[in-house]
Structure formats: C-alpha cells, structure tokens
Design a protein around this ligand. Sequence first.
Ligand code: TRH
Length: 385
Amino acid sequence: MHSSDKLHIFCRVIDNFGDAGVCWRLARQLAHEHHVEVTLWIDELGSLKRMCAELDASANMQSARGVTVRRWPSDDTAFTPADTADAVIEAFACELPTAYMQAMAKREKTPAWLNLEYLSAEEWVEGCHALPSPHPSLPLSKYFFFPGFTERTGGLLRERNLFTQRDSLQNDLVARAAFFSQLGVQLPLSATAVSLFCYPQAPLNTLFEAMQDDGHPVVCVAPESVATDAIGQFLQQAPIAGASATRGALTVQVLPFLDQDDYDRLLWACDLNFIRGEDSLVRAQWAARPFIWHIYAQDENAHVIKLDAFLGKYTERMPPADALTATRFHLAWNGIRDTGSIASQWRDLRAALPDITQHGRQWAQQLSHQDDLATALMGFLRKIG
Ligand code: TRH
C-alpha cells in the first residue's frame, strides 16, 4: 500500500451517526495525510450530510474534502476487477457486496482487506487485533483491525495537527469567545460551559434540576436532535436550533447540528462534555477536558463490561477521590448502578472539574504516544498487501 494507491471504505449506516462519523474522519485523514485516493462507499448519505453540509445527499458520486463519496447501491451492482481498489476497508462488519468480493479475487494482486472493528478498552481486543480470517470460498483473507488504547491495538483516530489546533483555541480566550458567539452562544465569564450529546434515556431531567438549583451558572449547549424530549421540556418550546431558556442557574441552548470539525471545536471550548457512542468519546479525550460518556447500550449488558474496562484505564492515574467521582457519575448517567442522587453527584463533579481537566491533559498526552489509527492502518496494509 503506497501513497496514490486506491483505497475503498465501505460503510453501512445502522443507526445514529457513529458509523458514518468514523468512516468520514478516517477517509479524510487517509486522503490528506497519507495521500491515498480514497472512495467512501456509503449506503445512506443523510447522516453524513449532517456533519458535512456541502454534500449532496441525492448524488450517486461526488467529491468532498479530498474524498470521493459514492452511494452504495442496495441492488446487486456488477463490479469488475478494475472497479475494486488496492486496499479495502469494511467498516464494522458491514459485509462487502458479493460481486465486489468476486472482483477482488480476480485481480492479479488481490487487495489488502480488513474489517475495522468497534472500539473497546477490553483486554481481549489485543489478542484479536490483526488476526486473519480466510474467505470460505474465495482466495482472499480479511484481517480484523481493532482500534484501542494500547500499543497492541490499532490505536485511535487522531489527525496530525489536532493538538496544535486544540491548544490554539483553548489558550486564546478571545478565540474561544468568538467561537461561541459564532454559534450564537453568549457565555458569561463565570459560567461553566457544558456540551450535551447523549441518548434519549439519559437522566437529563434530574441533571437539569440539579444544575438549575446549584447556584453556579451553567450554559449547556446541545446540537439539534439530541435528547429532544428532555430539552423540549426544559425549554417549554420546540428544541430547534436557536431555542434557549434559563431557569435558576442553568441556561440550555440548542445549536444546529455541527460540521464534524466544528463539533471538535465545541468539545475543545467547553469545560465539560457529555458525549456518547464511539467517535465523540475519542474526540472528547483529545479535547483534554472532563467528559461523561453515555455508552451505546448493547444486548445482555455487554456495554457494562465495556464501560468498566474503559473507566478502569481512564481513571487509573486519576487522584482516587476524583476517580471515584467520575466513576460514580458515569454509572448513574448510564443507569448502571444506583450511586446516589444526581444532585449531589453534580456538585461533586463540578468541584472536581479542575483536577479532572488536569488529568485529561495527561491522559490525552499519554494516549498520543501511540501511533494514530490511520498511520497504524497504513502500516498494516503495507504489511499484508
Ligand atoms: O451517533 P452515535 O451515537 O453513534 C453510535 C456509536 O458509533 C456506536 O458505537 C454505534 O454502535 C452506534 O452509533 C450504531 O455517537 P458517535 O459515535 O459519537 O458518533 C457521532 C458522530 O457525529 C461523530 O462523528 C461526531 C458527529 N457529530 C457532528 O459532526 N456534529 C454534531 O453536532 C454532533 C453532536 C456529532
């Protein structure tokens, strides 16, 4: 696999934004930093358009931000070997079209092929990362590529200039204020800025009550379509972009759903980020600010083990009292164990924010010693290609 080689990423949007979000971020980074000719095949362009407004959701093929974006048709499209790429990434076990795999097998040199897996901090990931899986009938092997938090995994998506860009916003109060004002947010100097991205079942009403009664000013901003019931209830109006209300110490404001890069900036600019799923979890860590993760719920409570594994790593080097505060809040937020009232936990969390912020910088720094996922993936493709 070399620069200027062709690479195809296949993505099926199951639900939410994470599948499209991860693939879009990876595609852009491979094109910009590794100079690969990237095509993203995606079956539903609506979610992607929410994070990149310039896309045309009805186009079958278009180019945006250095990436060719193609609609993955639902019917059985015919593919020839020339239609395939030198390397193929199947995102989250989305299963390539049969005709495409057959065409891959007919190439003189078969493509390097891998499945990009979901992120988990669990120990077993190290043992499964980079394992091959021979195709049952075609002369092809697919490799499992696991993102992760240790050297023995594929790492995390992190662009080359990310920390420099983050620091220039975080170290510049004027730039930060300008960013908020561009979003239509007036942020009093003394207020804690909180961004909110969670699933509908989060105990938001209780958190809002706690923030409202706490006496310390909080401005909580949520991109449109997030937790619409609870936010609508607080606002007493439709939770559309621009809507806002203040009750007690809490102001809640709805933002437009942001471009993916602006969402990063929002995470950098806020004092605390509520994030969810997979991609925003990674971005919150790079933001080096305290965060609370709403994990995507899985059958048989598999997500509980996943959350515990992550918290174990993330809080390992935190001062014990802060680790306890962060862990208890995560458990309550995810409805996992009853760890007491959200009101007292909110007070504890707010008091711990300066310490957790300091820890967040060290944690981001520590994670950044690992190769970023795109670099690791290019190295791996070279090895198997
Ligand atoms: O949308 P999600 O809940 O996606 C989830 C997870 O990926 C989960 O692992 C998966 O199994 C499930 O979907 C099907 O959360 P996530 O992963 O954070 O993805 C959100 C994406 O949306 C991310 O790329 C950031 C982007 N985003 C914006 O671009 N603008 C915004 O305003 C917001 C709120 C998010």
